[in-house]
Design a protein around this ligand. Structure first.
Ligand code: NAP
Length: 544
């Protein structure tokens, strides 16, 4: 729908240069940069505070899987040096404190409207404005419309029969309440063993009377080897700020770590075992970087997968439980998870495992969960069932570009997601997506991906303003080519051979498709920079 001029003056309460959705890592930095460049900006977030995913994911044990020295902004040296992380992998409250600290330091809150959801955003060609409607009944307009909505923020609550009948309490890890959930003395059931499940299971198990884990697909996980940071380590890291920042930005995954220039197949079995044992002891992402062909060579992947499988059977005492916990898919093609005492938790007396592939969940009853073979009485059910990733949050809004075309229709509900560089999409002028589909985003350390996008978008907007350009829009040929390149690159890896949320397979009825650029953060940055240097190659730039 195109707004008429009358509607425009009737409905629109405020006019901005830019509207940004989301007050997480993306939205906060975007606001900072837009304000610094002198653009009037409004940010909306449905949460009551800043933080994005870190506002909502408050489940027990929630923490980041990037090391904290990397998992923060590097745009401000002063900020980097002011903040002290307590440990290698701090918990969610500390990350949320950091984001609040950033919001306070740069006085960002005055341009953010919390508790407000954006329902629709429509581009009016004649006025060259985006009209953004929020759930408080207001409409604002802006020349630039920017999404900072994250890649995994729309919770997936599976459609299991009978949840309404359940007499106990239930929670989703991605929408956890602010007050502490008390598990003590209770029978808890948790559905899902992805990152969220694997982080929360050991913590809930310590408190609950009994924890039953309902597992659909067993997961690979390696120890985080989390530990407190000492002040000397932090001092040295901060001293090294400029090198660290450069390394993170040039690297493949946004961290100062490099793939060893060696195939898994280059090492004889004894040497390989030693390398992998060392990596296991180092913890975190060390195994991922131990070799360079983990996600591209089936044989290499299988050797590393077998190493992790052997660890599971060493740790888990009951052979039948160990069997059920042993994954069969390619290692690291679902998110490579890191944990604290995950497999060890299955040795506890008060923890049991139900394989719901062997015995599917049939319904949720008033008293608990009924599978094909048994009924489990529960006081509380925790859904650690993940997110409708990449496109889910876009489709919750009615986003319409030129000629009233909806993004959901253009992307055929996800089956035909097409972007140019994961930043823009044809038919949606002056709309930018921070870490949109077909950018590297979730295949690395997100703040680095976010900073790169924000800086690219800001440079682009400044270019438009300096050159009196009314709008920028991706050309269809450029986005077709980019999407094709993304798919071809992904097809050279094992990612596309595993059902995961990366491929949309976790959402019933969601069309499949791997919508992430797998070529690495550093190479991707170069591509984006070159596009800009060549006068925004692949874009239409229309003068005022
Ligand atoms: P996820 O990886 O998608 O895991 C969801 C789990 O729920 C899977 O085990 C899935 O089984 C299961 N499941 C979904 N629907 C089900 C159903 N109907 N019946 C039974 N089981 C069902 O979600 P997540 O654990 O929330 O993690 C999502 C992503 O968020 C991660 O990959 C990561 O990128 C990010 N994250 C990061 C951190 C961190 O930094 N440490 C923490 C949490 C999340 P299947 O595998 O069979 O689909």
């Amino acid at each position: 729908m195109v707004y008429s001029k009358e509607q425009h003056s009737k409905d629109v309460v405020e006019k901005y240069d830019a509207v940004v959705i989301g007050a997480g890592f993306s939205g906060l930095y975007m606001l900072y940069r837009l304000r610094e460049a002198g653009l009037s900006t409004k940010v909306y977030d449905s949460a009551a505070g800043v933080g994005g995913v870190w506002y909502w994911n408050r489940y027990p044990g929630a923490r980041c899987d990037s090391e904290s020295i990397y998992y923060n902004y590097t745009f401000s040296e002063e900020l980097y040096k002011e903040w002290n992380w307590s440990s290698r992998y701090p918990e969610q409250p500390e990350i949320l404190r950091y984001l609040n600290f950033v919001a306070d330091k740069f006085d960002l809150r005055r341009d953010i409207q919390f508790n407000t959801r954006v329902n629709s955003a429509k581009y009016d060609e004649e006025l060259n404005q985006w009209f953004i409607k929020t759930d408080d009944g207001r409409t604002v307009s802006a020349q630039y419309f920017i999404t900072g909505i994250g890649c995994i923020s729309t919770a997936n609550l599976p459609n299991i029969k009978g949840l309404d009948n359940f007499e106990g309490e239930w929670y989703h890890t991605g929408h956890w309440p602010h007050e502490k959930v008390d598990f003590s003395g209770k029978r808890i059931g948790i559905i899902g063993t992805g990152s969220s499940g694997i982080q929360s299971i050991p913590v809930i198990a310590k408190e609950a009377a009994h924890l039953t884990v309902f597992q659909r697909t067993p997961q690979f996980s390696v120890p985080a080897q989390n530990h407190p940071y000492d002040s000397e380590y932090l001092r040295k890291t901060k001293e090294n700020f400029h090198d660290l920042k450069r390394q993170m930005r040039e690297s493949m995954a946004g961290v100062s770590m490099y793939y060893r220039d060696r195939s898994v197949l280059d090492d004889a079995s004894e040497e390989r075992r030693k390398v992998l044992e060392d990596a296991w002891e180092k913890g975190g992402w060390a195994i991922l970087f131990a070799y360079n062909d983990l996600v591209t060579n089936e044989e290499s992947n299988e050797l590393v997968a077998n190493f992790v499988r052997s660890k599971i059977s060493e740790i888990v005492k009951d052979p039948e439980t160990a069997r059920k916990l042993t994954p069969t898919h390619y290692y690291a093609t679902k998110r490579a998870i890191i944990d604290t005492d995950y497999f060890e938790t299955y040795n506890r007396e008060n923890v049991s495992l139900v394989d719901v592939k062997e015995s599917p969940i049939q319904e949720i009853t008033a008293k608990g969960i009924r599978t094909a073979d048994d009924e489990y009485e529960l006081d509380t059910i925790v859904f650690a069932t993940g997110f409708d990733g990449m496109t889910g949050s876009f489709f919750k809004m009615d986003i319409r570009g030129r000629d009233g075309v909806s993004l959901k229709e253009k992307w055929a509900n996800g089956a035909e997601t097409r972007t140019y560089l994961g930043l823009t999409t044809a038919g949606f002028p002056n709309m930018f997506m921070i870490t949109g589909p077909e950018s590297p985003s979730v295949l690395g350390n997100m703040p680095v991906a976010i900073e790169q996008h924000v800086e690219w978008i800001m440079n682009c907007i400044e270019h438009l303003r300096e050159n009196d350009i009314k709008f920028i829009e991706a050309k269809t040929e450029a986005e077709d080519l980019w999407s094709k390149q993304c798919r071809e690159l992904a097809d050279q890896t094992l990612y596309t051979k595993t059902a995961s949320w990366y491929t949309g397979a976790n959402i019933e009825g969601k069309p499949g498709g791997f919508q992430i650029y797998v070529g690495g953060y550093g190479p991707y940055r170069k591509i984006c920079d070159e596009v800009a240097e060549k006068g925004y190659e692949g874009f239409l730039l229309i003068p005022s």
